[in-house]
Ligand binder design. Structure first.
Ligand SMILES: [Zn+2]
Ligand SMILES: [Zn+2]
Length: 343
């Protein structure tokens, strides 16, 4: 049985179906797992993506030829059946299930197994071969339950508000920022967001995700409000003129990388909150086991460590080299969107 997904210079490719998955170079047909910049790029002739991703994809990529597909619905192309299943990573994120002559492969995209209120929860899909991400594919990565993390964030915000200083919380503008918004206690004070965050909030609200009220700095009439505010911005604002408006702020970074000692210090922030939209090591193990796959192909992270571990468990395991990066790549682009950009 020939492989259903192979490596090509332009990206992962399904030979019998003649389409690519999250290609990094322009192709004819692209199946897109989610709208983060390293997975969803401009320049493809045709896009297929999960229906809930439509708003964020169009907000990022503009006028593309996009076929939205409901989760679990099947399209058939050249005898290959393709369906999309929730990956629990960000709004509209999907795993791609590919079936051809009884053989089933699943490409995970980025995923997280702990459910949250901003996107459909991860759904295990049985398959013969599972192509998994491994952003946090080391045994040291273990996330605390998100309720604990949100309790820490709320306590930090409340203490700052009581002391009359803003709380500047840094997190990626697409996905992380909305998850933070949905988890914080909005009764503590006003919430102010950077201009790169608000357009994404709009796409989430339009898709039916409940988020607390947010304002741009320019919309805060009484600047005294800022002293009690939670200010949400991408990490790229560090060192910028925008950041200097909140000179007295306590700052914090929300990321899975905060699990590593020293990361907070290197980031130069007061606090680090361990909150990731990727699976931790136990999450990867749980997801891989739930597929029942006898073969696993690792991408996007700590390939060698995870491949060796899977082989020790008796699985057939290998790696694909991809050009997916840290989701922070999108922040480099977002940094150029300016201050309080209100379209
Ligand atoms: Zn992602
Ligand atoms: Zn990614």
């Amino acid at each position: 049985m020939a492989d259903l997904v192979v490596e090509r210079p332009e990206g992962l490719y399904c030979p019998p179906g003649d389409f690519h998955i999250d290609p990094w170079r322009p192709v004819h047909r692209a199946v897109i797992t989610h709208a983060h910049a390293d997975h969803a790029r401009v320049g493809h002739a045709h896009y297929l993506a999960a229906a809930p991703a439509e708003g964020v994809l169009r907000a990022r990529l503009g006028d593309i030829s996009l076929q939205p597909l409901a989760y679990g619905e099947t399209v058939e192309h050249r005898g290959v059946r393709v369906s999309l299943h929730p990956a629990g990573h960000v709004l509209g994120s999907a795993q791609v299930r590919i079936e051809h002559r009884g053989e089933v492969w699943v490409v995970s995209g980025d995923y997280k197994v702990e459910p949250d209120a901003t996107c459909a929860p991860f759904e295990p899909v049985r398959c013969h071969c599972f192509i998994t991400e491994s952003t946090f594919g080391l045994p040291i990565y273990r996330w605390p339950p998100q309720q604990e993390v949100f309790a820490e964030i709320n306590a930090w915000w409340a203490a700052n508000a009581a002391a009359g200083r803003p709380s500047l919380l840094l997190g990626y503008s697409f996905g992380k920022a909305q998850r933070l918004l949905s988890g914080v206690d909005a009764s503590i004070g006003p919430i102010v967001v950077h201009g790169a965050v608000e357009p994404v909030n709009r796409a989430y609200r339009a898709a039916g995700v409940a988020l607390p009220a947010t304002r741009l700095v320019s919309e805060v009439a009484d600047k005294a409000d800022l002293r009690r505010a939670l200010v949400l911005a991408p990490p790229s604002v560090q060192g910028s003129a925008w950041r200097r408006r909140f000179a007295s702020a306590s700052d914090a970074f929300a990321s899975g990388w905060m699990r590593l000692r020293g990361t907070r210090r290197r980031r130069g922030v007061d606090r680090g909150f361990v909150l990731s939209d990727h699976a931790d090591w136990p999450g990867l193990m749980q997801a891989i086991a739930a597929t029942g796959a006898g073969r696993v192909i690792v991408t996007h992270g700590y390939e060698a460590v995870l491949v060796r571990w899977l082989q020790q468990q008796g699985l057939q395991a290998g790696a694909f080299r991809t050009e997916y990066g840290d989701d922070a790549i999108e922040e480099a682009a977002a940094a150029g969107t300016g201050e309080d950009a209100t379209p």
